[in-house]
Each structure stands twice: as C-alpha cells, then as structure tokens.
Design a protein around this ligand. Structure first.
Ligand code: UDP
Length: 489
C-alpha cells in the first residue's frame, strides 16, 4: 500500500499579492495533505501565523503538512517593516520595491529548498502567479513547477486567447468591444478597458515585467485551478489544449473547511455578524463585499450606501475602506448604518474582515453583491447564492461574463470602468473619483436579484449541489487531486 512518505513532497509558495492568493493555496496544501501527500507551505513571517491557523483548522493531527517562514527583505527594498503583502504597501510608488523584495525572498526560498534532503526534498513546486523565480529553482532541483494564478479556468482560457490573437494590439479605443469567443455558443465580450492587466497599456510594473510573467506562464509544467470541471463548461480541458499543459481543477478549495465559525478563533466582529444573521428570515439578506483589496471611491460608496439603506432588504455590508474615507462619509455611515450588529437593524456594516464563507452559507443570505474576484465567485457558487456583479479590475470583468452569461446566476450592475488599484494607480484613465453607478441603478439590480431572480437562485442551487460532491471520493476534483499527486511519479 502507498504510504504518505512514498508520495511526492509538494512545496507551495503562494503569491504574496494579497490574502486572496494565500487563502486558496493554503487550502490546496491542506487538500493535498488530506490525500496523504507531504506538503510544505512557504511564506513570509508576517503571513505565517495566518497560514498556520488555517492549516490547523483544516487538517487533522498527524497530517504531513508544515508551514515554513522565510524572511522577506522589506526594509532592504525601502518598504516599511512588516510590509510583506502587496496590499500592505502604503503607496503605489513602492510597488517596484515590493517586487524586488519578492525576488530576494525567492532567492532565500531557493536556498532553503536546496538545503532539504531525504523526504523533505521538494518533489514538485507549486508557485503563486508572480513568483517567476520558482521555475529556475524547480529546474535546478529537477522537479516539475506548476503555477497557481488564483483565476478560474474560463478567465485563463480568455487570457490565453487574447495572447494568441493579440486583439488588444489593434483596438481603436478603450471603448471598443473585444470579442473573446472561447466557449461557443456563449458570447464573451468586454470593453478594451475591462481586459485583464496583461493587455492594458501600462501598469506600475511596466511591460518588461508583464513579459516575464507571461514567459513564466508558458514555461511551467502545469496549471492548478481553484474550480471544478462541472462548473466552467469544459474551460479547463480547453485551457489544457490551448496552453499545451496539464490543468488540474481541484476546487472549490474553500470546502476543505467547515463553513462555520470556530467560536474559539472567531473575532467579536465575526461573531456579531453571525448573530445578526441568525435573527433574519431565510434568504432575506443581501451580503455586500468587494474582496480583500477593492476600494471604491467615496462618491461611489455614497451612492451604493444610499441604495443599501433604502432598499427593502436587510444588508450585511463589508467595508474594508472605512478607515480611508472622508469625514463626511464616515459621519453618514455612522448615522445610517449599524456597526454593532443590533438584531433588528437593517444595514449592518462590518469594517474590516468578515467571515465570508460562513456568511454565504448562512440560510438568511439570499443574494451576494460581489466584485467578481474568483475566490468570492467560487464561494458564492459553492453556497448556491445568486449574485449582483460589480467588477473592479483584473480578470473580474471576464468573471462577470461567466457569472451572468454562461452560468446564468447573476445580474450585472452595469459598471463599465475599472477602478484604480495599486498596480494601475493613475494609469487607467477611466477611474475618475465620481460615481459611475447611481443609487437607483443599484436598487434596480437588487430588485432583479431578490424579487425577480428565482431562476438565478434555482441555477445557483443546482451548482451548489454539483460543488458539494466534487471533493468527495470519486468526485472530479478529488480525482484531479489524485492525478496531480501522480502526475510526475
Ligand atoms: N474575504 C473574507 N472576508 C472579507 C473579505 C474577503 O473572508 O472580509 C476572503 C473571501 O472569502 C475570499 C478572499 O478573501 O476567499 C477574496 O478573494 P477574491 O478572489 O474574491 O478577491 P480579491 O480579494 O483577490 O479581490
């Protein structure tokens, strides 16, 4: 019989762009360990406690999974001490410094890997999307290098198509519609300005860096995707054919955790939020969250807020930008929403981090207003909750097309312009600080979701049923984890 030690040792190095890269790669590590493969997750000291506690929650004692901290030279690169994720940098001017520190971090990881021998020697490296240095380490050690982008298979397929057909090079304007016909008969059209950053005129990292990331993409031996085969209409297989690589769809990886709060570990905010939900009727609440890094300009936030407090549904609104808002917006929030989780209040605001997976799984939640980050999208799918889609940037406009046009589980809010972020700061040309979406438009979309969206809810529930079984023995993601473990031995 195969033993844990006869299985390959996976070394996972999540990209430190944000929590949303670290979360799913940690979960992939937990899933591999649950299939008996030894796993080491390597991250920076600041990110280690968080990864360790997630691992502790998901894996039973005795699993062969270790979390290793390798120093991140923030100060050397002119970054504040402890600035070990891209979302922690105080200014876009520090982006190049962050990337140079992450390269040095890569050199330190390489030294660490070289020192390991026997069963601790890596058999395979799974690297987060911007850890381009990982390929050299894997080649030196003579082991495969797989990549985890954090995107879904459909978005990766669209990106592959855009690279091959170079549509972005012949765009007359950013308002032109780009047709990405990767999954007929479904249409996928986005505006030039809504394309993923690879195809935008410029980012803080410049075209040389994007080229390096692309070359890394093309050179790796395989792609690990947080998705499941039944979801994206064959996108994973098409991606494998298009990119000429193995693609392993092993999600939804968040299902490796029970979707409930650990009362011991949960913050008071998190507990308040669940108690508030407990007092609500089934499917009566709209959950509003735009991920871990999305920041809405203050005027847009006011329009959204006015719709949320005056719509007929209860709203649980996660606001991670509260601390950077102007005083008058703060005052308005204070007067019009509730931050304490008073049971009968209509609009409960969580400032900071909310227990999203547990919230989405709560019976009171009937709709999800999301920025279409892939992690959130898949968590919404796994919970069977239909969505209002409000993409911000990156590949989120493509995810919106998947949610609305392909899966039929969402209503688009109708945003046309991406929002600025740390990598594009000041360069998109479309992100004025004024509101693109008015309060009435928000209410209309919510109405279509909550009042008229029975067909969306039905489809979302069907997908939930499919998602529920894929990680069980014999399910597609379970089998793909097995294939991943046996893909090179
Ligand atoms: N998340 C969370 N609580 C929050 C905000 C985000 O648990 O208050 C988690 C969410 O469950 C998801 C991830 O953070 O797993 C966000 O990832 P996603 O890909 O949706 O968006 P990003 O943060 O990359 O924009």
């Amino acid at each position: 019989m195969e033993t844990a030690t006869s299985k390959p040792h996976f070394v996972l190095v999540p990209w430190i762009g944000g929590i949303s890269h670290i979360l799913p790669m940690t979960d992939i590590g937990c899933l591999l360990a649950s299939h008996g493969a030894p796993v080491t997750i390597i991250t920076t000291p600041v990110n280690t406690p968080f990864v360790q506690s997630r691992v502790d929650r998901a894996t039973p004692n005795g699993s062969e999974i270790a979390v290793t901290a390798v120093p991140f030279p923030a100060a050397e690169a002119g970054l504040p001490e402890g600035c070990e994720r891209l979302d922690l940098i105080p200014s876009p001017a520090m982006v190049p410094g962050f990337f140079s520190a992450s390269r040095k971090f890569g050199e330190a990881v390489a030294r660490h890997c070289r020192r390991q021998d026997g069963p601790r020697r890596p058999s395979c490296i799974i690297a987060g999307m911007c850890h381009t240095w990982a390929l050299g380490v894997a080649r030196e050690l003579g082991v495969p290098c797989y990549i985890f982008h954090g995107f879904g298979a459909f978005a990766l397929l669209c990106i592959e198509y855009l690279f091959k057909h170079r549509r972005h090079e012949v765009l007359a304007s950013a308002d032109e519609l780009v047709d990405i016909p990767v999954l007929p008969p479904f249409e996928c059209k986005v505006l030039g300005r809504q394309m993923p950053p690879h195809f935008l005129p410029s980012t803080s990292m410049g075209s040389g860096w994007m080229q390096e990331v692309r070359e890394f993409d093309m050179a790796v031996d395989g792609i690990v995707v947080n998705s499941f085969e039944e979801l994206e209409h064959g996108s994973a297989a098409l991606l494998a054919a298009g990119a000429g690589k193995k693609v392993f769809a092993v999600g939804p990886v968040s299902l490796c955790h029970e979707p409930i709060l650990d009362p011991q570990a949960a913050s008071d905010d998190a507990k308040r939020c669940m108690t508030w939900l407990d007092a609500k009727e089934a499917k009566s609440v709209v959950y509003v969250s735009f991920g871990s890094i999305g920041r809405m300009p203050a005027p847009q936030l006011m329009q959204l807020g006015m719709a949320l407090v005056s719509c007929p549904w209860s709203v649980l609104w996660v606001l991670n930008s509260a601390d950077t808002l102007p005083g008058d917006v703060q005052d308005w929030l204070h007067q019009n929403t509730d931050a304490d989780g008073v049971a009968h209040s209509k609009c409960h605001v969580v400032r900071g981090w909310a227990p999203q997976v547990a919230i989405l799984d709560h019976p009171a939640v009937g709709g999800f207003m999301t920025h279409c980050g892939w992690g959130s999208t898949l968590e919404g799918v796994a919970a069977g909750v239909p969505m209002v889609t409000w993409p911000f940037f990156a590949e989120q406009f493509i995810n919106e097309r998947l949610i609305v046009d392909v899966l039929g589980i969402g209503v688009s809010i109708g945003v046309t312009k991406p929002t600025e972020n740390v990598l594009t700061a000041g360069k998109l040309g479309g992100a004025e600080a004024k509101a693109e979406i008015g309060a009435e438009q928000v209410k209309k979309a919510l109405e279509r979701l909550m009042d008229e969206g029975e067909h969306l809810r039905r489809k979302a529930q069907e997908l939930k049923e499919k998602a529920r079984v894929v990680l069980e023995e014999g399910g597609s993601s379970y089998m793909n984890l097995e294939k991943l473990i046996h893909s090179f031995v």
